[in-house]
Design a binder for this molecule. Structure first.
Ligand code: NAD
Length: 256
C-alpha cells in the first residue's frame, strides 16, 4: 500500500491491546512510520511478540503489561510511559473483548460488567490519564476503538453493542472538553476484521464466517492493517481538523 509521508519520528505512541489483531497491526504501523511505541496488553506473551516484531523491523518499542479492566493498572501504565519517555503524543485505546453471546434476557450480570469495564470504562480511564499527561505537554491525539456495533444493533451481544455505542459518545465528549487544549479525540469503527476475536466469535464455524463475508458489501472481511491505516491517519497532522469523529472502515456494512 503506498504510504503518505507521515512524520512520527520523535513521537511517543501508546497502543493498548497490542498483543494481537488490530492493536498489533497498528503498533507495527506506527513504528514503521518512525514512532516510539508503548506496546501494552494483558497478554504478556502477545505483547512481547509485538515488541519483538517492531524491534526486528528496525523500529523502537517497549512492552508495558496492563489490564485495562483494572483502574490502577491503567494509571500505572501511563505513569510508566511518562517516566520512560516523558510524554505521550498519541494513543490508540484499542483493548476490547467480545464477551458472551446471549440475548438480553440471557445475558449474565457478570458478562455485562466485564464487557462494560473492559470496553467502555477503560476508555474513560485511559483518556483520564492520557489527557492529563497531554495537557502537561501541549496536546496530542487519541483514537478510541469503537465498532460498527457502536452505530447499529447486533442481536445476541447486547453488552458489546452498549459498550461500543458508549465509546462513541465518550469520544465526542472528550473531543469537546479538550478541543481548546490542542487535543483531538476520534473513534474508529471497524467492520468485520480478520483477527482472533472473529475466530472466537464464529467458533470455527465456516457457515458463520461465510455469512459475515456475505454481509460485507465489498465481498470480503477486512484486514487489521486496514484499520491501522485509518488510526495512523487520524492521529497524524493530516487529520488536524478532525475531532469528535467516528470513522467507519467496514467494507460498506452499515450503508446497507
Ligand atoms: P483480539 O482479540 O485479536 O485483540 C484484542 C487484544 O486485547 C488482545 O491482545 C487481548 O489480550 C487484549 N485484551 C483483552 N482484554 C484486555 C484487558 N483487560 N486489558 C488489556 N488488554 C486486553 O481482537 P481484535 O479484533 O484485534 O480487537 C481489537 C479491538 O477492535 C477491540 O476493541 C474490538 O472490540 C474492536 N473491533 C474488532 C472487530 C473485529 O471484527 N475484529 C470489529 C470491530 C471492533
Amino acid at each position: 500500500m503506498p504510504g503518505l509521508a507521515y512524520n512520527y519520528s520523535g513521537k511517543v505512541v501508546l497502543v493498548t491491546g497490542s498483543g494481537s489483531g488490530i492493536g498489533r497491526a497498528t503498533a507495527l504501523a506506527f513504528a514503521q512510520e518512525g514512532a516510539w511505541v508503548a506496546v501494552s496488553d494483558l497478554n504478556e506473551e502477545g505483547g512481547l511478540q509485538t515488541m519483538e516484531m517492531i524491534l526486528k523491523n528496525g523500529g523502537e518499542a517497549t512492552f508495558f503489561p496492563c489490564d485495562v479492566s483494572n483502574p490502577r493498572s491503567i494509571q500505572n501504565l501511563v505513569e510508566h510511559v511518562e517516566k520512560r519517555m516523558g510524554k505521550i503524543d498519541s494513543a490508540f485505546n484499542n483493548a476490547g473483548i467480545e464477551g458472551e453471546q446471549a440475548l438480553i434476557t440471557e445475558c449474565s450480570e457478570e458478562n455485562w460488567e466485564k464487557v462494560i469495564n473492559v470496553n467502555l470504562r477503560s476508555i474513560w480511564l485511559c483518556m483520564k490519564y492520557e489527557i492529563s499527561l497531554m495537557n502537561k505537554n501541549g496536546g496530542g491525539s487519541i483514537v478510541n476503538c469503537a465498532s460498527i456495533a457502536g452505530l447499529v444493533g447486533f442481536p445476541g451481544i447486547p453488552a458489546y453493542v452498549a459498550s461500543k455505542h458508549g465509546v462513541i459518545g465518550l469520544t465526542k465528549n472528550a473531543a469537546l472538553e479538550y478541543a481548546q487544549n490542542n487535543i483531538r479525540v476520534n473513534a474508529v469503527c471497524p467492520g468485520v476484521i480478520q483477527t482472533p476475536m472473529i475466530d472466537r466469535f464464529t467458533r470455527g464455524d465456516n457457515a458463520a464466517f461465510e455469512q459475515l463475508v456475505k454481509s460485507t458489501p465489498i465481498g470480503r472481511i477486512g484486514k487489521p492493517e486496514e484499520i491501522a491505516a485509518a488510526v495512523v491517519w487520524l492521529c497524524s497532522e493530516y487529520a488536524s481538523f478532525v475531532t469528535g469523529h467516528a470513522l467507519v472502515a467496514d467494507g460498506g456494512w452499515i450503508s446497507q
